[in-house]
Design a protein around this ligand. Structure first.
Ligand code: AMP
Length: 203
């Protein structure tokens, strides 16, 4: 988690972006670029959970029991945590939601949280990557990431299955609002970053 950047690198109105895609799609990597380029506050629920695990909080202990099995942390816990983090940055030029929402209930909660502040999601941008590529990437990442959920092929397969079952339908939620933009998440990091930048500028 980085501190909120409250200055505008962007000369148009506040944007709230959901960066979407399966585990291993490159959301974390591309978030770093988007934060630098556009000054977003980056809210990654996975990062926040890992921060809590590292600091041995009650939330961390609870989250770990799900994460180590490749399952989703329950909606109520995740939504409350996200809302608490989000409310720390009242002057943000925009938010980049990474790894959230992952269920329809989370998407509805996010809409409600933003609506109360007179805001909304501007777009969901999906990084599209085939399953075989994801599995290979996550196994490779597991060699250096230190993440227990990247180290075990069964947990990786479970995360991809959970993505298809519970998270992929969230795309339809934003498609129904005309807010989904998909881009290919296969290729060089810089090419994907360029495609993301172009998509954001076109909003
Ligand atoms: P990530 O870093 O986004 O790959 O997330 C790692 C793990 O954290 C996931 O496999 C889930 O167990 C948990 N997690 C992260 N974000 C969420 C979310 N929005 N809802 C439920 N669980 C989540």
């Amino acid at each position: 988690m980085q501190e909120g950047r409250t200055f505008a690198l962007w000369n148009f109105e506040m944007k709230n972006i959901v960066l979407f895609g399966p585990p291993g799609a490159g959301k974390g990597t591309q978030s770093t670029f988007l934060v630098e380029k556009f000054g977003f506050v980056h809210l990654s629920t996975g990062d926040i959970f890992r921060f809590n695990i590292k600091n041995a909080t009650e939330l961390g202990t609870l989250a770990k029991s799900y994460m180590d099995q490749g399952k989703l942390v329950p909606d109520a816990v995740t939504i409350d945590m996200l809302q608490a983090e989000w409310s720390k940055y009242p002057d943000a030029v925009g938010f980049l939601f990474d790894g959230f929402p992952r269920t329809q209930a989370q998407a509805e909660a996010l809409d409600a949280i933003l609506a109360e502040a007179g805001q909304q999601i501007s777009a969901m941008i999906g990084l599209e990557v085939p399953d075989e590529e994801l599995m290979a990437r996550l196994l490779e990442r597991g060699k250096t990431s230190g993440r227990p959920d990247d180290a075990n092929p069964e947990v990786i397969a479970q995360r991809v299955a959970v993505y298809h079952r519970e998270t992929a339908p969230v795309q339809g939620y934003y498609e129904a609002q005309g807010k989904y933009k998909g881009i290919s998440g296969v290729g060089s990091i810089s090419d994907i970053a360029a495609a993301l930048e172009q998509t954001l500028h076109a909003l």
